[in-house]
Design a protein around this ligand. Structure first.
Ligand SMILES: Nc1ncnc2c1ncn2[C@@H]1O[C@H](COP(=O)(O)OP(=O)(O)OP(=O)(O)O)[C@@H](O)[C@H]1O
Ligand SMILES: [Mg+2]
Length: 270
């Protein structure tokens, strides 16, 4: 018992900073303890990746992260034969490595991946926990400790790019959103060293911009963009210029909308 505590504390000390928004750490730990896959849903820049890297470090498990895109195929995850010095050798992909080693595999933006990827995920994410590798004829049983975590942003997917119920219902799911103001201020000060007063102003502005989502702008300001803004201000840039570069320009390309948003900035900070 005491030994386990020591190991966990050691892992937690090395883990990247993550401020919990609720009981997500407990859910993640339960998923890990029971070999259940986990799906994280939430807008861009709200802390999903940070959460996974934090939890993997805390639990002392190696983490393979794969950023999925519309060209990502099953072979990219599983592996392929490659020519090495005139010989053909099999090279494991990140998913296969995680399965063999009992590591965590994080598939970021999993809905972007090609259809053949879901076929691979199904036997891995139910109680079989196996990874069939057609090319080598192997059927790998996931080593203890293997955990699959996937994420997606339900906001900007079109109707065709969503997960099938048979895939979704293989995962425990957690919803993420931008943190409450007090927590977001804490994240910004901790990440950048900016004083709480100015961090508070940035978070207030971000929440006003978020309220415009769906009208002039597609996505609200992410926690990531507030962190960028605070980083620029800490580096000596004026507040207004930093906000323009890190919070306004990333939201829109429309000159009129930009002007309107900058007026809001003046109203909040002026
Ligand atoms: N709860 C939190 N604790 C600590 N840092 C956070 C938290 N939430 C957000 N952040 C900060 O926001 C930044 C962006 O978060 P992250 O990269 O995890 O977003 P994401 O949800 O994975 O976004 P995307 O969907 O675009 O990949 C982090 O680098 C970190 O600085
Ligand atoms: Mg991410």
């Amino acid at each position: 018992m005491a030994k386990d505590n020591l190991i966990n504390e050691g892992g937690a000390a090395n883990a990247p900073f993550y401020l919990p928004q609720g009981d997500e750490c407990a859910v993640f730990e339960a998923a890990a303890a029971h070999d259940l896959p986990l799906l994280l849903k939430g807008p861009t820049g709200c802390g999903k990746t940070r959460f996974v890297t934090h939890m993997a470090a805390k639990l002392g498990r190696h983490l393979y992260t794969v950023a999925c895109h519309d060209d990502l195929s099953a072979a990219d995850l599983i592996g392929r034969y490659l020519l090495k010095g005139g010989e053909t050798v099999w090279v494991d992909g990140p998913l296969t490595r995680a399965v063999r080693e009992g590591a965590m595999c994080y598939l970021d933006e999993v809905v972007e991946a090609r259809k053949d990827v879901t076929v691979v995920l199904h036997p891995l994410t139910d109680d079989r926990r196996i990874l069939p590798i057609d090319r080598t004829g192997e059927e790998l049983e996931a080593a203890p400790g293997f955990m699959l975590v996937a994420s997606f942003n339900p906001g900007y997917q079109n109707i065709l790019k969503t997960l099938k119920p048979s895939t979704r219902q293989r995962f425990l799911s957690l919803s993420f959103d931008f943190p409450e103001a007090a927590q977001e201020i804490a994240v910004v000060t901790r990440e950048t060293g900016l004083d709480a007063d100015r961090a508070k102003g940035l978070v207030r502005l971000a929440n006003k911009l978020r309220a415009l989502k769906g009208q002039d702008i597609e996505e609200g300001v992410s926690t990531r963009l507030i962190v960028y803004t605070a980083t620029l201000i800490q580096g000596g840039m004026s507040v207004e210029r930093a906000i323009e570069a890190a919070m306004i320009e990333p939201l829109t390309d429309d000159a009129d909308v930009k002007t309107g948003l900058m007026d809001l900035v003046t109203a909040v900070f002026g």
